[in-house]
Design a protein. Structure first.
Length: 351
């Protein structure tokens, strides 16, 4: 990381900006008027340690542990005072601040039983996060993704022990690799419960790399899982490694969709760090990815300071994910996509 001082400065700036826009719920300015709203949140599976702290934001830490489960309850404070700032900002600033209000633990089997009952005829979606995500931030962002894509009632969040430190990337990489067998086991368990072709799996950034590696793990077990849609959002993974793994993992899924874009600064920094282009960067020779649909988002407005969080902040991306994960439509069938190659489409701004 010492070879990329400008990238480090960006990460520090992004961390500070994140703290400014997502303040601790314990810090309350007197001028803020809070509006009561119904609790929201996501069911989760995690392999993080319990901290023993009573604050729900710090209920789980960043150490490795056995599998735990429960529901993360999310509340909201509306901040009308951000409206004037939002008008001048070059990226999206929410007028509400999500907060973790509570953690309700459950035995993993009981959680999965309840999730299975609640999904009914919908297709379940298992999602895992990326680098620099502690449990509290992960709860909020998983909730935001669930709502942006309209996946309420069919969304399950898998949280591996990222430590939420912008300067500790290699530590998170190590924890991700440690987590891959657990993620593979979870995918297998869901496929056994819901049946072949019904379980959708998605990952963001470093979590997308984890999804690809978990599928490779399942392929090596030769246990016969058949999944539905596999979605890799801004995948922080070596393009060449994914290309080599693809023949092994492609048979496990109905389809694989990769979302890419220009101006994704964390992926650009990762490419500098690793010395190879990232799968989530636009401009790679995606025609080499046989059987993969690649969605280029470069024509959309950049609505986050990093360019890395389009799955949360861009409603066009949420709509495209809903068509894919709820309706089972592939790229040639979805609205606002323009084909730009044999397996490449560009998502256009909503009209």
């Amino acid at each position: 990381m010492t070879t990329c001082p400008s990238g480090l400065r960006f990460l520090v700036l992004a961390a500070a900006l994140s703290a400014a826009l997502w303040p601790s719920p314990a810090v309350r300015a007197e001028t803020v008027v809070a509006e009561a709203v119904a609790p929201r949140g996501v069911p989760y599976l995690t392999i993080r340690n319990r901290t023993g702290l009573g604050d729900p934001r710090k209920f789980y830490g960043d150490e490795r542990s056995d599998l735990k489960a429960g529901w993360c309850d999310i509340g909201e404070r509306r901040l009308p005072m951000l409206s004037s700032v939002a008008e001048a900002a070059p990226f999206y600033i929410p007028e509400e601040i999500l907060r973790v209000d509570g953690i309700r633990e459950s035995a993993p089997a009981a959680l999965l039983d309840a999730f299975e009952t609640g999904v009914e005829d919908a297709a379940p979606v298992l999602f895992t996060h990326g680098f620099y995500i502690d449990f509290e931030k992960g709860c909020r962002r998983a909730t935001a993704l669930q709502e942006n894509a309209g996946l309420m009632g069919q969304f399950l969040w898998f949280s591996w022990p990222s430590n939420g430190d912008a300067l500790n990337y290699t530590h998170d990489e190590a924890d991700l690799y440690w987590s891959v067998p657990n993620l593979a086991d979870t995918i297998s368990e869901l496929e056994g419960r819901f049946g072949p072709g019904r379980v959708n799996v998605a990952g963001h950034s470093l979590g997308a790399r984890g999804v690809a590696l978990a599928l490779a793990e399942l392929a090596s077990r030769n246990s016969g899982e058949q999944l539905g849609e596999v979605v890799l959002l801004a995948p922080d993974m070596d393009f060449g490694i994914f290309e080599r793994l693809l023949p092994r993992i492609r048979p496990l899924a109905t389809s694989i969709t990769v979302y890419v874009t220009e101006r994704d600064w964390p992926l650009a920094l990762s490419a500098q760090l690793h010395g190879y282009p990232r799968l989530g960067e636009a401009g790679n020779p995606v025609e080499a990815l046989d059987g993969v649909e690649v969605i280029d988002l470069s024509d959309l407005q950049v609505r986050s300071s990093s360019g890395h969080l389009y799955h949360i902040y861009n409603p066009e991306v949420g709509d495209d994910l809903a068509q894919l994960l709820k309706d089972g439509l592939h790229a040639a069938e979805r609205r606002n996509l323009v084909q730009d190659g044999a397996n490449l489409w560009r998502l256009q701004p909503a009209q």
